[in-house]
Design a protein around this ligand. Structure first.
Ligand code: PBG
Ligand code: ZN
Length: 327
């Protein structure tokens, strides 16, 4: 192996064309999944205060948004619903006329060439904002899993292309797979939020999805931020239970976990650049403290370099626009 002065690493850096030739990681539009929030009503486009550029949309505006997403060349969206009514059991989550079920049916009737992923959890639909059924202050696992399977089936019946359980109950991937198969949806993949940390970075999302817990937190089901080996055990369960794509969430602060999960399981791996990661970059850019576009691209390139095959990001439209005008 050569050493300096024979070896000079700067040789490949001074010509911009050569830099392009040796670049290892490039973000493409196929890497992107765009999260969208749907609310009841008509003509609604509510800005989410803590997430500049993100809106709660009624179905009519959601359709327009999907048209734009497709025309930009983004292949997929993930949908979150804010229901008309919340109750203790999150009934609208698994109601065939719930907000998500209606939205998916409309999208599928009107939009071609878009992969519709639906988030499966109860926290947007429960009056207490928790991800499952409660007994006092305890979140019940197995009773919740049955409802999640019902929710997944109602999404598949509406036309969802991929089901994405985000609840972190034990055994939910197996239960959802079994129910989907029983109902004939053997071809619908599961993208599981396999490794989901109990993170402070979800703050802005809870404004967008109106899903903040009324008391307590999510530490009894989401992972302790300090744990890496546990992430392997979580991912392993979901792979064994039949997940087709596994996700790590958040993304930027957990690049080590993305890398470990990718290397260990060699599965299609998604990473969720969550609301707080987005809002911090937006806020700093609005203050002119950082170059927003540059940091956006840097953050996403780092996530892909770590091993992510796809990235759920609120920047999806901005990135697609950037790619379309710079290539
Ligand atoms: C619902 C869910 C959450 C996110 C995705 N699905 C919130 C939570 O767990 O509190 C967070 C996404 C984000 O912050 O952008 N379980
Ligand atoms: Zn939840």
């Amino acid at each position: 192996m050569a050493i300096y002065p024979t070896k000079r690493l700067r040789r490949l850096r001074h010509n911009p064309l050569i830099r392009d030739m040796v670049r290892e990681t490039i973000i493409t539009k196929n890497d992107l999944i765009y999260p969208l929030f749907v609310v009841p009503g008509n003509g609604i486009k509510n800005p989410v205060k803590s997430m500049p550029g993100v809106y709660q949309l009624s179905i009519d505006n959601l359709i327009k948004e999907c048209e734009e997403v497709v025309s930009l060349g983004i292949p997929a969206i993930i949908l979150f619903g804010i229901p008309e009514h919340k109750d203790e059991k999150g009934s609208e989550a698994y109601d065939e006329n719930g907000i998500i079920q209606k939205a998916v049916r409309e999208i599928k009737a009107k939009i071609k060439n878009l992969v519709v992923i639906t988030d499966v959890c109860l926290c947007e639909y429960t009056s207490h904002g928790h991800c499952g059924l409660l007994n006092g202050e305890e979140i019940l696992n197995d009773e919740t899993v049955s409802l999640l399977a019902k929710e997944a089936i109602s999404h598949a019946e509406a036309g969802a292309d991929i089901i994405a359980p985000s609840d972190m109950m034990d055994g939910r991937v197996a239960a959802i797979r079994k129910s989907l198969d029983y109902k004939g949806f053997t071809k619908i993949p599961i993208m599981s939020y396999a490794v989901k940390y109990s993170s402070g970075y979800y703050g802005p999302f809870r404004d967008a999805a109106d899903s903040a817990p009324a008391f307590g937190d999510r530490r009894s089901h989401q992972m302790d931020i300090a744990n890496g080996d546990e992430a392997i055990r979580e991912a392993e369960s979901d792979v064994e239970e039949g997940a087709d794509i596994i996700m790590v969430k958040p993304a930027g602060p957990y690049l080590d976990i993305i890398r470990r999960v990718k290397e260990k399981f060699a599965m299609p791996t998604a990473a969720y650049q969550v609301s707080g990661e987005y809002s911090m970059i937006k806020a700093a850019a609005q203050n002119d403290w950082i170059d927003g576009e540059r940091v956006m691209l840097e953050s996403l390139t780092a996530i892909k370099r770590a091993g992510a095959d796809m990235i759920l990001t609120y920047f999806a439209k901005d990135v697609a626009q950037w790619i379309n005008s710079n290539n």
